[in-house]
Design a protein around this ligand. Sequence first.
Ligand code: ATP
Ligand code: MG
Ligand code: FE
Length: 338
Amino acid sequence: ELILAFESSCDETSVAVVKNGDVILSNIIATQINSHKRFGGVVPEVASRHHVEEITMIIDDALTEAGVSYDDLDAVAVTYGPGLVGSLLVGVEAAKTLAWAHHLPLIPVNHMAGHIYAAAFVQKLEYPLLALMVSGGHTELVMLTAPGEFSIIGETRDDAAGEAYDKVGRVLGITYPAGKEIDRLAHIGKDTFHFPRAMSDSDNLDFSFSGLKSAFINTKHHADQLGETLSREDLAASFQAAVVDVLVEKTMHALAMHPVKQLVVAGGVAANQGLREALSARLAVDMPDVEMIVPPLRLCGDNGAMVGAAAHIMRAKHVFADETLNANPNLNFDRANV
Ligand code: ATP
Ligand code: MG
Ligand code: FE
């Protein structure tokens, strides 16, 4: 089975060819980060224009690198939400056009499902499984009771983890996206500020990062006013320690409530070394039977291959779309009643 998969929900234009849901034949990723850096975040109009300019060439590159032609394909898949509407539409229109022109079925993919199924390239997945989804726009604990069956059991009430990294990075003068650089600084510094860990001992599985963000900003501004210079490394280490503590604590809590064999860590923040280390160390002690699966760095951020992996699952479930498929910027999994 060969699927041509499109991803254009934010600031990466990507097209991949994925075989049987777990083999990457090609995964071309064009990032627009340099165009958005000077604005301190993604500018929607700029993003969609870049997608339009790039996509045709990226489709050609993906097919060429995979060594396949349209006749070899079994389906076309595309992220149709959540994300920026103008960005999503570029991928959706391209995928619809190609599916129609080449008489191929069209598979609609939820971007978050894509992030989770990036794990399929690492390991055969076993259900039920729990996913810790940590990205630029989302922070969620997602239960998968069966392939392609998602329910949210915990989520952020304010900022997403990646969003908090990027906002704090701004205060430290780090260009967008700041996660990777803060992660680097954090490994040099020490947790000397002891920022608040929100709700880490309450009984629900929801997250909150806005209090931490405010505490960080206040500490920095206060020092600036007094003319004091705080260690950037220690600030980064203290911020990261607080984020990681909350993510680890809530994940362990979720695992205690919902026994599973596998924990998938997904999304851009899954690239965080501090999080990977803390989570695997804690699992080894408290839940040695739970297997942690983290996609390789290149598959943590937005990419077409993860969309192809999720599309493989959706195809088996006969989830198809027709030419009326539209972008859905607010697409989300349902919240479970737990
Ligand atoms: P969403 O998937 O919710 O729609 P998105 O696609 O913009 O949002 P991703 O591309 O999955 O998000 O992830 C980007 C985010 O990951 C950014 O906020 C970035 O700062 C963060 N990030 C990347 N690397 C790291 C890292 N090593 N540590 C922490 N955060 C990181
Ligand atoms: Mg991105
Ligand atoms: Fe994403």
